[in-house]
Design a protein around this ligand. Structure first.
Ligand code: GDG
Length: 470
């Protein structure tokens, strides 16, 4: 059997309880721990000087191959083009896109350099699976060094509509580079459609849809395949974590402070794509319009820091601190704080237990490739007395989780209404919605995601070889 090589920007530090905040790390680690193989990428270290060296570490069936970045590469490739240009563009925030040619050159250069570092570690029959927007040029860079292996790419974030992508000056180079992969995976059908639309209308390529399986793309003198592979989780593992966590002291103490009030829970990296400000305002609207909820419901927002050295992230933090302070100032009582906004990370087990204890999971990103929190929330519920998921229509997860109360995060009144509906929903309806969603999550768990992608990546390779042999 071929060895699986995972390449992602960051190789996540894995602690006893699994990876910390970040959906890619959670999904990739879950996928790799069963099959074994190698995980290659940035260690998270930024070096002031010197030449970064690869570190190899064997842990069970997984070899972690990590390397540091020098300061200039970190600034141009990671903070610059990846996170100040691509992240906002791919999340439809054309207003936040920053572009600097030198950063783009740095992005390309670091991709080529990382590819060079990986080449000596590769074996002929390795299957290479590259993840996310930091590494769009990676296959092109490997091919330039003579690598013939099958190389697939999975985009964890949305693929934007062409009119938004056109705002990124080197959009054509990016899509051309994507066409060097053998298989492209997107989170949802709308993302796949957006990519195909660019190929046909901007790159004058061709798309051939298959009745079943990936579409065939012909563009930039390459033929490749592309499909939607919605990422999953292991729902039963989360349910176990939630049950164990609920017995822990931290969660019991927290529950005691609620004094029987209902609980609304949110967990997100503190990112402007997650719609936190709109979410806070909708909770305020609920308290305005339904005074019975005052002093009867608490909203806990856990938002661990992320990319805190970037302006846009400092701005959203300040904005959120302002909003939570203002709303709490308006409504708090001596014995009740409406919003508990916590800017730090907790263990996975604690999060799962808080999901289980809560009445509403409030997951309302402005855009999100998938959103694993939504899936974790459902998985953590008590099947006899489940909470209700309020979910943004702009999260990829909304394509699958039809049992959620789907909201538009721009519609503050609509979100406030959904919160009220969720808080008052009868048990029979909550159970029916939960059953529907948990069945879907079990059927499309993270192994299914991985296996479907790898089947198509390997299958595509065999088909190509057979075609060459003719
Ligand atoms: C990207 C895409 C896509 C959060 N806070 C803590 C913590 N987390 C964990 C959550 C969840 C993960 O981090 C976040 O995943 P999401 O999917 O919600 O969001 P992104 O980080 O933006 O992930 C996203 C994903 O990749 C996978 O493809 O779904 O659309 O943007 O697992 O539970 N974990 C711990 N402490 C925290 O405080 N331990």
């Amino acid at each position: 059997m071929s060895r699986l090589i995972i390449v992602s920007n960051r190789v996540a530090p894995i602690s006893e309880g699994g990876p910390a905040a970040g959906g890619l790390a959670v999904g990739v680690y879950d996928a790799l721990k069963e099959t074994g193989g190698m995980w290659f990428g940035w260690s998270g270290d930024v070096l002031a000087s010197g030449q970064p060296q690869i570190q190899l570490e064997e842990r069970g069936p997984v070899t972690f191959a990590t390397i540091g970045l020098v300061r200039r590469d970190y600034d141009q490739y990671y903070r610059g083009f990846s996170n100040a240009t691509l992240w906002p563009a791919f999340h439809y925030r054309a207003d936040l896109i920053q572009y600097d040619r030198h950063d783009f050159e740095g992005y390309w250069r670091v991709n080529e350099w990382l590819a060079q570092q990986l080449v000596p570690l590769l074996r002929e029959d390795d299957v290479i699976w590259v993840h996310d927007y930091h590494l769009i040029p990676f296959a092109q860079a490997l091919r330039a060094q003579g690598v013939k292996n099958r190389i697939g790419f999975f985009l964890h974030i949305p693929f934007p509509a062409s009119q938004v992508l056109l705002a990124v000056p080197p959009h054509r180079l990016l899509v051309e580079a994507l066409c060097s992969f053998d298989l492209l995976g997107f989170q949802t059908e709308p993302d796949l459609r957006a990519f195909c639309d660019y190929v046909v209308n901007e790159a004058h390529g061709e798309v051939e849809h298959a009745a079943k399986g990936p579409s065939t793309i012909r563009a930039f003198e390459r033929t490749l395949r592309a499909a939607a592979y919605p990422i999953g989780i292991y729902p039963d593992e989360i349910a176990q974590l939630a049950k164990a966590g609920a017995r822990g002291k931290l969660v019991r103490t927290m529950k005691a402070t609620l004094h029987e009030r209902k609980l609304i829970m949110s967990v997100d990296r503190l990112d402007y794509s997650k719609g936190l400000v709109e979410r806070f305002r909708a909770f305020e609207r609920l308290l305005d319009h339904a005074p019975a909820y005052r002093n009867n419901v608490s909203f806990v927002q856990i938002a661990p820091p992320t990319r805190a050295d970037m302006h846009a992230y400092q701005d959203i933090r300040l904005q959120l601190e302002g909003e939570s302070g203002r709303i709490n100032g308006r409504f708090a009582e001596l014995d009740w704080t409406p919003i508990r906004y916590i800017h730090r990370q907790y263990e996975r087990q604690v999060l799962a237990a808080l999901f289980r204890e809560s009445h509403v999971g409030y997951v309302t990103p402005l855009r999100d490739g998938m959103n694993l929190v939504a899936k974790e929330y459902v998985s953590a519920q008590d099947p006899d007395d489940p909470g209700v998921l309020v979910l943004s229509c702009f999260a990829g997860a909304a394509q699958e989780l039809e049992g959620a109360l789907i909201v538009n995060p721009i519609d503050i009144d609509g979100m406030a209404e959904a919160l009220a509906t969720g808080l008052a929903m009868p048990a029979a309806e909550r159970r029916a919605r939960y059953r529907d969603m948990i069945a879907q999550l079990r059927e499309n768990n993270v192994s299914v995601w991985r296996d479907n992608f790898l089947r198509d990546l390997q299958g595509g390779g065999e088909k190509r070889r057979a075609m060459r042999a003719k």
